[in-house]
Design a protein around this ligand. Structure first.
Ligand code: NAD
Length: 311
């Protein structure tokens, strides 16, 4: 009880911070926006107001969320541009609130189809909304965050991107692309206190209702994802370049794992020698966890001298 009271007194606030949440008219983005708005942030509620497959356009979704934030005493403005026009979304933040501190790249759609049946349009549209959209919004915000020496960015990936999923080659490509983008932005932004993390959520929403039974939707409220996204956006959070799975109250960090592997150390080898050492190559006993390109390359270039100072 005492701890709960202490935590309430020390509630994480975002007063004066300006947050852009893309795709905030529904599902996860809506709840991210409501949470940040309730805790003092000025929120740009971006939403194109299209359907789950990327068709149509409406201002209603974003307007509704802005109204909810304002009704709760918060500060918010709607933006109806596609994330593909990311600079306009950032301009909305600059025009209305004089800056930007937080970007949650959340907007998303699905165009599921087996790879055999996938059209070039299905591939391109998913790339444009998820990857190009996150690039355009983040790229427009980037100089403002760097100049201020403060920024928090959250990318939204998916288990389909991390593990693959039948019928989602386009979506998996895009969602894995976001992880790669985040990993490099985390490195480039760190010196300017611009920290970048990625979440892989699981939540009941119009995106997931096609594949989830109703009782599962109820257990997977978007409200169970927003606290992690909000924490990653708080000034007290120093996490950077990390990937989290989150949903239904579960929170966990992921990392790469590598086997000890086998090194031929300059000996001649062909496919036969690779086959002979296969068990070593794929055996995860005594695995290692390279966390940077330097750590990764060290084992590979151990005989030729590492450009990172250790061989
Ligand atoms: P949702 O459909 O409820 O919300 C997505 C919102 O993005 C919609 O309001 C839509 O209008 C908006 N949007 C789509 N294209 C846009 C564009 N070009 N510009 C601006 N807004 C656009 O879906 P959700 O489940 O809340 O998904 C949010 C994010 O989480 C997506 O990136 C999705 O891929 C990801 N995700 C969701 C789940 C899940 O279980 N719900 C799982 C993994 C990843």
């Amino acid at each position: 009880m005492q701890t709960m009271e202490n935590e309430l007194q020390n509630a994480l606030r975002y007063d004066g911070r300006v947050a852009i949440v893309t795709g905030a008219g529904n599902g996860l983005g809506r709840v991210h926006a409501l949470l940040l708005g309730a805790r003092g942030a000025h929120v740009v509620v971006n939403d194109l107001g299209g359907d789950v497959h990327g068709g149509g356009k409406s201002s209603a979704a974003a307007d509704q969320v802005v109204a909810e934030i304002k009704a709760a005493g918060g500060s918010a403005v709607a933006n109806y541009d596609s994330v593909e026009d990311g600079s306009r979304i950032v301009q909305t933040a600059l025009d209305h609130f004089g800056g930007v501190d937080i970007v949650i790249n959340n907007a998303g759609i699905l165009r599921d189809s087996s790879f055999a049946k996938m059209s070039a349009d299905d591939w391109d549209l998913i790339y444009r909304v998820h990857v190009l959209g996150a690039f355009r919004v983040t790229h427009a915000a980037w100089p403002h965050l760097r100049n201020k020496g403060y920024g928090r960015i959250v990318m939204t990936t998916s288990a389909a991107g991390i593990y693959g999923n039948f019928g989602q080659a386009n979506y998996s490509m895009a969602k894995m692309g976001l992880i790669g983008m985040a990993n490099t932005l985390a490195i480039e932004g760190a010196a300017k206190n611009v920290l970048v993390n990625t979440i892989a959520p699981l939540a009941g929403s119009r995106i997931s209702e096609t594949v989830m039974p109703p009782q599962m939707m109820e257990a997977l409220k978007p409200e169970f994802v927003a606290p992690l996204a909000a924490y990653l956006c708080h000034e007290s959070c120093r996490e950077n370049g990390s990937l989290f799975e989150v949903g239904a109250g579960f929170h966990a960090k992921l990392r790469w794992q590598r086997t000890q592997g086998h090194h031929f150390h300059g000996q001649a080898f062909g496919p036969e020698q690779v086959a002979r050492h296969w068990q070593e190559i794929v055996d995860f006993d005594d695995a290692t966890y390279p966390a940077s390109i330097g750590e990764s390359l060290m084992s590979i270039v151990q005989d030729v001298g590492s450009p990172f100072g250790q061989s």
